[in-house]
Design a protein around this ligand. Structure first.
Ligand code: MSP
Length: 474
């Protein structure tokens, strides 16, 4: 059995989850589920980034003790995973002992290797990024990611000799496949080539919250150094990770900083950093301060988690930015989910439950499985699901053309066989995208959940049990 280790970024817990967090988890879940269907031994890790100063600030503003505030918000991310049927195998919180120990050990190992030294730091710190910025990063004096003026900080700190790894990181980034889509790799390579690598400040003195530097209790480990290590502390047995799924704004941390830390610590590098775009709301970037934010739990409660999953994957070309609106979501529900998929299930189980004979026949509709698989292997999730729905429409058309309501006996049996066998295969292919509906289809056509290897015509043995409509028109 091949192992497959996939992660999401771990979310800050300064606020409750928004639709962007949901999007990343759904994309990752689709890939994790696809690999399970393919027979891989999957480890899917997600979690929360709890040692950031911005969590502390938010707790203070809310007038809640930091620990309590963080526990409260972390729970909301766990609830989000449940609500969206995210199939993560573990959920790591960076305040847990199992992580703290590993983070301190790696910090110590890098120190022992003489890759960490003490010096003075003066620079601009953006609380939103939890990172030091240079004048060049700013737009009108503000951080362009967070539209906020960074704070000028002067302090004693430990530094990581990242510059030492410049040549090695260039080599890593020169290999196709380390960062995907490929233009995201080129972006990083160009940046390393034009700016080079500077040493990285990896501790903060006199802050109350965070993981202590193991050999200096006056310093806390810089939150990104600690947070990146979650991938290792939460999946050592599966290391190296096959995929780190991250948003485009934190590509540098994953494609450049993380590999250099691992090089210094003598740990293997992850295989691929997979970069997704952002979900915008009616063309605008999500922003809590401007009140442009969507609560994924509310949307899932209102329309169902499968509908939200389907919409985000289908509507946003993977890698690019995309837009969310309830109007567009409703169109997808009424169109593909109700008209194409719901209708196919409904008409087939209605006809089949009235049919008294044995359902058998010969496969007449061609499923282009290879095409779907190719899209999935290339992480073109939107194209993968689109192709499954093209097939659904093909099966619907087959039924319309055959006019089974005019048929009986063997001829009718053959049409039902083709419809139900295709529905069984469609249900397998839909499982990564809309797992709840896939389960419901299996229940109504009376078959067990299959694997990708079962996507070919077999004897149909299902016991039909008509149930509710899969999706309700909105
Ligand atoms: N805590 C860091 C990540 C540390 S990973 C070792 C962080 N947290 S975050 O909560 O700000 O973002 C978590 C993930 O959500 C990131 O991959 C980020 O890019 C992604 N998204 C945040 N806003 C987003 C959208 N509007 N759309 C899609 N994803 C976006 O960064």
């Amino acid at each position: 059995m091949k192992k497959f280790y996939i992660t999401t970024a771990i979310d800050y817990v300064n606020a409750k989850p928004h639709l962007g967090h949901a999007y990343e988890k759904i994309c990752t879940d689709v890939i994790a589920r696809w690999h399970r269907l393919d027979g891989d031994k999957v480890w899917f890790l997600t979690g929360t980034d709890e040692n950031a100063q911005k969590n502390v600030q938010a707790a203070k503003e809310a007038k809640i003790p930091v620990k309590q505030f963080i526990d409260q918000n972390s729970k909301k991310f766990i609830e989000l995973c449940k609500k969206l049927n995210i199939s993560n195998d573990d959920f790591i919180r960076t305040t847990e002992g199992r992580h703290v120990n590993v983070a301190q050990k790696i910090f110590n190992d890098v120190f022992k290797k003489k890759d960490i030294y003490k010096s003075k730091y003066q620079g601009l710190y953006c609380n939103g990024c939890e990172a030091f910025l240079t004048e060049k990063d700013l737009v009108n004096g503000e951080c362009p990611e967070h539209n906020k003026k960074p704070e000028l900080i002067e302090e004693e700190a430990y530094f990581f000799k990242m510059s030492k790894y410049t040549d090695r990181i260039k080599k890593v980034l020169s290999k196709k496949g380390f960062v995907l889509p490929d233009y995201r790799r080129i972006e990083m390579l160009n940046r390393v080539q034009s700016e080079g690598l500077k040493d990285l400040c990896v501790s903060r003195p006199n802050v109350e919250w965070g993981i202590e530097v193991p050999f200096d209790k006056d310093h806390k480990i810089y939150v990104w150094f600690d947070a990146l290590i979650n991938y290792y502390s939460g999946g050592k047995d599966y290391w190296p990770a096959d995929i780190h799924m991250v948003g485009k704004g934190i590509n540098w941390f994953h494609s450049v900083i993380w590999p250099t830390i691992l090089m210094s610590a003598g740990i293997k590098l992850p295989k691929t950093i997979l970069v997704h775009g952002y979900v915008n709301i009616k063309g605008k970037k999500m922003s809590k301060s401007q009140g442009i934010t969507v609560d994924p739990i509310e949307i899932a409660d209102k329309y169902g988690s499968d509908a939200l999953r389907y919409f985000l994957i289908r509507d946003i070309p993977f890698g690019e930015d995309g837009d969310f609106s309830e109007e567009a979501l409703k169109q997808r529900i009424n169109g593909e989910l109700v008209n194409d998929l719901g209708n196919l299930l409904n008409r087939l189980v209605s006809m089949a439950s009235k049919f008294k004979g044995k359902i058998s026949g010969k496969g007449e509709i061609n499923l282009d499985f290879k095409k779907i698989k190719k899209h999935m292997d290339n992480f073109e999730l939107h194209k993968g699901i689109e192709e499954v729905f093209n097939h659904i429409r093909k099966v619907n058309k087959y039924i319309n053309d055959k006019e089974p309501w005019k048929l009986s006996g063997k001829d009718l049996s053959n049409v039902l066989y083709n419809g139900l066998e295709n529905l069984r295969m469609i249900s397998i292919l839909l499982e990564p995208f809309i797992p709840e509906s896939s389960g419901e289809i299996n229940k109504q056509i009376g078959v067990k959940a299959g694997k990708l290897k079962d996507c070919s015509y077999k004897t149909f043995n299902g016991k039909i049990k008509k149930g509710e409509y899969l999706f309700k028109r909105v």
